[in-house]
Every structure is written in C-alpha cells, then in structure tokens.
Ligand binder design. Structure first.
Ligand code: GLY
Length: 394
C-alpha cells in the first residue's frame, strides 16, 4: 500500500472555471429532477444501488438535502427550488417544535444548511425561528465540567460522556445565534467546545481521534476511541476531513493564531495519506494497493471546502497553495466520482462510505460505496465556493 507524495500532488491538474460551471449545471439539473419526489420528503442518508429513497425528516442528515436545494437555487435562481426550500424549512420548524429526533449534537448539521441558509437567502422567519430554537436545544448538551458538547445518547450516559470531531461543524449554528440575538451564551459555549476538542482530538502527528471520552467525575480528558474508523489508532478519513474544515471554522470565528498550525498539520496528514487519484479510502490507513477497501469521496469534498474557507484568512502565497489543492481534489471528484447519467443514480457523487464495519470498530455497516447525502452537499458547496464569492451557510 502507498500514498501520494506532496511533490506528486503538486503536479495533478486543477479544475478549471469552465469545468466548475459545467459541474454545477449538471448538479443543479439533477436536484431539480429530484424535486417531485423530494420536496415533502427528504433524501435518505445514503443511496442503495445508487438511488436514494424518500424519508421523513429524521436522522442527522436531512439538512444536507435542503442545503443542496438552496445551493441549486443560488446557482439557477429557479422559483421551484425556493418553494421547495420553504416547504422543507416548515418541516424543520415542526421537527424542533415537536422535539422529533433532536437529542443529538447534530443540530448544526441539520439546521445550518437548511434554515440558516434559507433565512440568509430569503429572509424566511420560519427558517430563523427554527434555527434559533435548534441552537437553544444544542446548548443543553454542553457539559460545563468537561467543557464540551456531548455528541450522542442521553445526557450524562456513562458510555457516551464524549465529544466527536464532527461536532466542529455544528458550532456555526451557535455563532449565528449569537450574531442574530446578541446573546453571548451561544458563542461562549461554541468557543469552549472548540478549545476542548482541538486540545484533545489532534494527536502529536496531526492524525485525529474520531471520538474522545472525558472523566465524568472530574471532567478531565480520558481517552480517544474510534467508532467509524478502521481501528482506534488509525485516522478515519472523514474525521480527518471534519478536522480540516472544523479547524478552519474554529479559526474563522475565534481568530486564535494557535489554530493555524493545527489546520496546516491536519491538512498535511490528510494530503500525505491520499491515493494517486486524490480521493481517500474510508480510512487513511489504506492507500493504493488496497483496492478491496471502499473509498470515501465525501472526505475529499469536505476537505476541499475547509481548504477554501481557510484560504480566505491566510497570506496570498499560502492561500493560493490551498486553493490549488482544493481545485485538484474537486477535479478528481468531478471527473471520476460525480454522477453523469441520471439512469445510474439520483445522487450527485458515487463511492462514498458512511459506516464501514471492521473487526476493530464499533459501528454498524451501511451506506458503503454509495452516494452519501453530505458527500453530495459538500461537493456542491465546493463547486459553489470555486464559482463565486459565496455567502457561507456555516
Ligand atoms: N457525522 C457523522 C459522519 O460523518 O458519518
């Protein structure tokens, strides 16, 4: 098994503006084609044999479908997309009002690309109300003693007294709530969580823990463990990608200089563990020669978004380097992984992996080598970021 070198990576082609524009057109067409089936319903977290089933507004992933609708609306200006987004925001308001499947830290994943986005784009008061209620719900999961937001399970459950790296993407909802209301409590909690997360999930070699447990009596850091990665000591590809984007977001909101070397370190670790085509296997332990292992194309798109976000805050030369890398990652996803034929799939990007069981991890097995709804969303977000000066949903 082998990985690409940074020198070889530099030589890979970048996606051109023309290709970005064509890829966005194709993605928006696919989303519009899906509206009849997926306006009152949502796309499931993962496709089966390339096709998403319609599902109710449950689980942590439905916001990505609404986010795709908003990105397609931004690209095309089509009224049908705006109307579909509005229907979906009503569903998100009902969900939080009735407390349906909201005992999770994933409220940011759910409400930022759906309701914050819809509010920013259309001024929707439904979106604003739903997202503010979600932010109030999210901060109930904050543990003052450990200084973190508990990811999963009932609050204080001893087997779930932990944070996970993914949560960094849930925090923009809290910053937005502070901006919107002037109430500092949301921002203060987000800041404490970022600090606790980055102090613990980053290993000395800049690989990352997926989840990190704390001592329930003292709040002291205890130990890292994987759930969706191959094994405890390996780097789950998507966790590392959440680390890249999460650190960029952490820097965006806090301006803490100490987060810049963390961003650079986790990015370099990710890049140095890519195969030749720049789309990682589901765990960075695997590389070229491990073709029996599935890819996680969503990780490439998530990482590209993080690089493009962070580039805004770096000196010109460094920014150009990270934008160039993002263009290379997106080029490979667009050329080799994106759906070209609606007969093949009703999603946008193939070969993503949600939850791959291994002899050493604790997750169930589903959504492997399929479309994943966040893979589709972040692919479109990356294209949008490359297409224009985008007003970020996060
Ligand atoms: N946030 C869950 C996942 O990335 O699978």
């Amino acid at each position: 098994m082998s990985w690409i070198t940074l020198e070889r990576l530099e030589q890979k082609p970048e996606i051109t503006d023309q290709e970005v524009s064509e890829a966005l057109d194709r993605a928006a067409e696919q989303i519009i084609r899906n509206l009849p089936q997926f306006t009152d319903k949502f796309q499931k977290a993962y496709s089966e044999n390339g096709f998403y089933e319609p599902v109710d507004n449950l689980d942590w992933t439905t916001g990505f479908w609404t986010g795709e609708i908003w990105l397609a609306y931004e690209h095309t200006g089509k009224e049908a997309l705006k109307k579909a987004g509005q229907v979906q925001m009503e569903s998100f308001l009902r969900r939080i009002d009735n407390r349906i499947d909201v005992e999770t830290h994933d409220l940011g994943f759910l409400y930022s690309p759906s309701c914050v986005a819809g509010y920013k784009l259309t001024g929707s008061q439904v979106g604003r109300e739903a997202a503010l209620k979600a932010a109030e719900e999210l901060i109930t999961r904050f543990h003052e003693k450990g200084g973190f937001i508990q990811a999963w399970g009932p609050l204080n459950a001893p087997d779930n007294y932990r944070l996970i790296i993914d949560c960094l993407l849930n925090l923009p909802l809290l910053y937005w709530a502070t901006e919107e209301t002037g109430d500092q409590k949301f921002r203060q909690i987000a800041e404490k969580h970022i600090h606790t997360a980055l102090a613990n999930v980053i290993r000395p070699d800049f690989s990352t823990w997926h989840t990190f447990f704390f001592n329930q009596e003292t709040g002291e850091p205890d130990h890292g463990a994987t759930c969706q990665g191959y094994r405890d000591g390996s780097a789950w590809a998507r966790g590392q990608a959440w680390g890249i984007y999460g650190t960029a977001i952490g820097y965006k909101y806090t301006r803490r200089e100490s987060y810049i070397p963390i961003f650079k370190g986790v990015t370099e670790y990710f890049l140095e563990h890519l195969p030749e085509d720049l789309v990682p296997y589901w765990d960075l332990e695997f590389g070229d020669g491990d073709e029996d292992q599935p890819r996680d194309s969503s990780s490439a798109s998530i990482a590209a978004c993080g690089l493009l976000e962070m580039a805004k805050n770096l000196p010109e030369e460094e920014a150009a380097y990270y934008v160039g890398i993002a263009r290379k990652l997106v080029k490979s996803v667009a050329d080799n992984y994106a759906v070209k034929d609606p007969e093949e799939s009703n999603g946008l990007v193939l070969h993503s992996t949600y939850s791959n069981h291994s002899p050493y991890n604790t997750c169930n097995h589903y959504g492997v080598d399929e479309c994943n709804i966040w893979g589709d969303y972040f692919y479109m977000e990356a294209l949008t970021r490359l297409h224009k000066d985008w007003n970020v949903y996060w």
